[in-house]
Design a protein around this ligand. Structure first.
Ligand code: GDG
Length: 484
């Protein structure tokens, strides 16, 4: 359904709209809301105010007309084939993603990628300004849109702008490699408030502003300019979460529980089912996990059919070379392990390169005795929080890398450094062997944490920080103190 251009008090901007295009058997086109934490969080904040979402609809070419879906006004942004290749696959995923994730793979720098990044960011800024009402709140998401805050501010000084980074913000030594570091920092400083996953990410940003732009900073606040135009920008941690109530409800459904049982049965009812669920991304440490598990198989500490390891690797960024190489490497390793260690009727590692519906994911979480979350660097890692949420039976054990944002909240996990293969092996064995009674105690504490800090609370906290952000000249609201 197409809708006339309207303006809104709350405007969300993210690279993708929260919908997928579906073509029916007779060629009719419709949109399906993609389930996910961000949509749930936004639904919860949009209940109290009219909201619009600006983003790419997922296909190159002309943008579809704005439309309304699940009570949200969606404003698609057009993206040509070249924009997708240069702005998205190139600058966002070939330059920024590796730099922001500790350069696990080398970053590629191309000036024409950054030109496309600027061009697409401008298109987003213009679309935001088109749908933002006077004095609106604009919430920009993630590393693909770092120039947007300053572009919006220039066009619309009346709106309040926040930005949230879903991925880590790197130490200044790595960030400094970017030829466009100044443009990126200045782009972000167009915001009133910047939210990060961890305290360290916010501190890295503040330090980059001080060292690379020479700006004065005090605590979590950066002074952008002096004199009459003085403005202060605050950067702090607001860790993202998930829809605890909604996901737990799904996990409690009799169908989901029956499916979890069926999954275990189809794997021969192992004593221990180990599970990994990740986008197939080099940041997720899938190779390190498989190496550790391979050595445990070699040493006879685990063996099918007693222990089975299921790895779901959801297809991701398949047109980016580093992702194609990763797939080949992981699949070669899994093939070798299975050749050496599988027995008839039972594979040592069940590798699934598929995306699954949400109910199947919940059943997998319920079925798994141990979840392996071993990223080399990860902004948060929602899979860890989803696992904990699904375990209403208080069963299961979480192996969690200290290089995830989740590590800073889920203190009762079995913590690992994935680079330390020997340590990782020991942690996996501890997660398998710790008595159920003790594991239940750990799981209970982690569940309490996620239940208390769910995605709705995250969204409200972000918006509250944004509304209390330091006042700037030319706006009428009273001066607010910084929130602790
Ligand atoms: C970025 C940051 C940060 C995965 N496979 C399937 C599927 N998923 C869902 C999971 C989870 C989400 O995708 C993955 O979230 P992660 O947090 O693990 O990672 P990224 O995609 O890298 O996300 C990350 C996040 O943003 C949020 O701020 O935590 O650090 O990198 O929700 O369940 N969902 C379905 N089928 C699949 O096959 N339905």
């Amino acid at each position: 359904m197409s809708a006339p251009t309207q303006t809104f008090d709350l405007v969300i901007a993210a690279n993708r709209l929260p919908v997928d295009r579906v073509v029916g058997p007779d060629g009719d086109v419709s949109w399906r809301t993609s389930p996910g934490g961000l949509v749930t969080a936004m639904e919860s904040v949009m209940r109290s105010r009219e909201g619009a979402w600006v983003g790419w609809a997922g296909e190159s070419g002309d943008a579809p007309e704005p439309f309304v879906q699940s009570d949200m006004y969606l404003r698609p942004v057009a993206m040509s084939e070249e924009d997708v290749a240069h702005y998205y696959e190139g600058c966002s995923n070939g330059t920024l993603w590796p730099i922001y994730h500790d350069v696990i793979v080398p970053a590629t720098f191309h000036r024409f990628w950054f030109t496309a990044y600027e061009r697409v960011n401008r298109r987003f800024a213009e679309a935001i300004c088109e749908v933002a009402a006077e004095g609106a709140t604009v919430w920009v998401h993630d590393y693909q849109l770092q120039l947007v805050p300053a572009m919006v501010r220039e066009l619309r000084p009346d709106v309040r702008i926040g930005w949230f980074n879903h991925i880590p913000f790197p130490p200044v030594e790595l960030f400094a490699q970017l030829p466009w570091r100044r443009a990126l920092l200045e782009g972000l400083l167009g915001a009133d408030y910047l939210g990060f996953q961890r305290v360290a990410d916010a501190q890295n940003f503040v330090r980059a502003c001080r060292q690379l732009l020479g700006l004065p900073t005090k605590g979590d606040t950066i002074s952008v300019s002096r004199g009459a135009n003085a403005r202060r920008v605050r950067a702090s941690a607001v860790p993202i979460s998930i829809d605890f109530v909604g996901l737990q409800e799904l996990a409690r459904m009799p169908e989901t529980q029956a499916r979890a049982k069926e999954i275990r049965e189809s794997l021969g009812n192992p004593d221990t089912l180990l599970l990994g669920i990740d986008r197939l991304d080099y940041t997720k440490g899938i190779g390190h996990r498989i190496k550790a598990y391979g050595e445990l198989l070699e040493e006879g500490k685990v063996a099918p059919p007693r222990e089975i390891f299921v790895q779901v690797a959801t297809p991701s960024r398949e047109r980016v070379a580093a992702y194609r190489d990763l797939r080949q490497e992981i699949e070669g390793e899994v093939g070798r392990l299975n050749g050496d260690h599988s027995v008839i009727g039972s594979a040592a590692v069940q590798y699934l390169h598929h995306a699954y519906p949400r109910d199947e994911m919940a059943a997998l979480y319920l079925a798994a005795d141990v979840l392996l979350v071993t990223p080399l660097r990860d902004g948060m890692n929602l899979v860890a929080k989803e696992y904990v949420t699904c375990r209403h039976d208080e069963g299961g054990a979480l192996v969690l890398s200290e290089f995830t944002g989740a590590f800073h909240e889920l203190h009762q996990a079995f913590v690992c450094n994935p680079h330390d293969i020997e340590g990782l092996k020991q942690t996996i064995m501890r997660a398998i062997e710790t008595p159920d009674k003790d594991k239940r105690r750990l799981m209970r504490a982690m569940r309490r944490r996620v239940a208390d800090h769910d995605v709705q609370r995250w969204a409200h906290r972000f918006l509250e920080n944004l509304s209390h952000a330091p006042e700037r000249p030319g706006t009428s609201k009273a001066q607010h103190e910084d929130r602790p």
